[in-house]
Design a protein around this ligand. Structure first.
Ligand SMILES: [Zn+2]
Length: 220
């Protein structure tokens, strides 16, 4: 805990550190040359989709491991919002030939957002929408339920995950090709739930785009 706090202070005063390993880098650089050489790229630019999944593709540039895992942690818990700047070009490249009309970030619970001050999925989704000339729709999905996930038992957590997203009032994704953006694809339950809401409301296609997928997911 003390160590996490210390890291936070260091990051605040010396922002020019490699996102992936924490080494000091030249001013303005986000990644040191050593880490840039060893990025854990996915061979397939994504993960396999099950035929019952509500999305047609899961795109991601990286495995969730090593420096990429560290950098995502920095973005989520240590205020390194500039990590989005580093990851977005790789994400867009991994998407290949899908051109969405809408880009939608996976929403974050309101209490969590207040605590952190931002939703990392939005930090990624907004510039991605810009690069793809798509409409950015951060308010199509909303998250309900106020219980912090780590306070729940595994069984309750599954129930909560099934009921914690809603389509916002007035949202009309009917007929749209939608890109759903989050930071990591782990079990996929969150992205699956969000994609179902969009598909049930008539979205013509939903594709998921994340920074990384967990190696465990790939083995399942
Ligand atoms: Zn590095």
């Amino acid at each position: 805990m003390a160590c996490a706090f210390f890291n936070k202070i260091i990051t605040a005063f010396y922002p020019d550190r490699c996102l992936l390993c924490g080494e000091v880098v030249k001013s303005g650089l986000l990644c040191c040359p050593k880490c840039a050489q060893a990025l854990p790229f996915l061979e397939e630019k994504g993960a396999a989709v099950h035929h019952e999944d509500p999305f047609s593709k899961i795109s991601a540039p990286f495995w969730y491991k090593d420096g990429v895992r560290h950098a995502i942690g920095q973005m989520k818990f240590y205020g390194r919002k500039d990590a989005a700047k580093f990851f977005v070009p790789y994400m867009v490249q991994a998407l290949e030939d899908f051109s969405p009309e809408w880009v939608v970030p996976v929403p974050m619970a309101e209490h969590r957002r207040k605590e952190r001050g931002y939703n990392q999925a939005e930090l990624l989704a907004e510039p991605i929408a810009g690069l793809l000339s798509a409409e950015y729709h951060p308010e199509v999905l909303a998250r309900v339920g106020s219980v912090a996930q780590h306070d729940l038992s595994a069984r309750l957590r599954r129930l909560e995950a099934n009921h914690s997203f809603v389509l916002a009032n007035g949202a009309s994704p009917a007929g749209k090709r939608i890109l759903l953006v989050d930071d990591v694809f782990t079990t996929g339950s969150t992205l699956r739930r969000c994609a179902w809401l969009l598909k049930d409301a008539g979205a013509s296609e939903v594709v998921c785009l994340t920074i990384a997928v967990t190696p465990r997911f790939q083995q399942d």
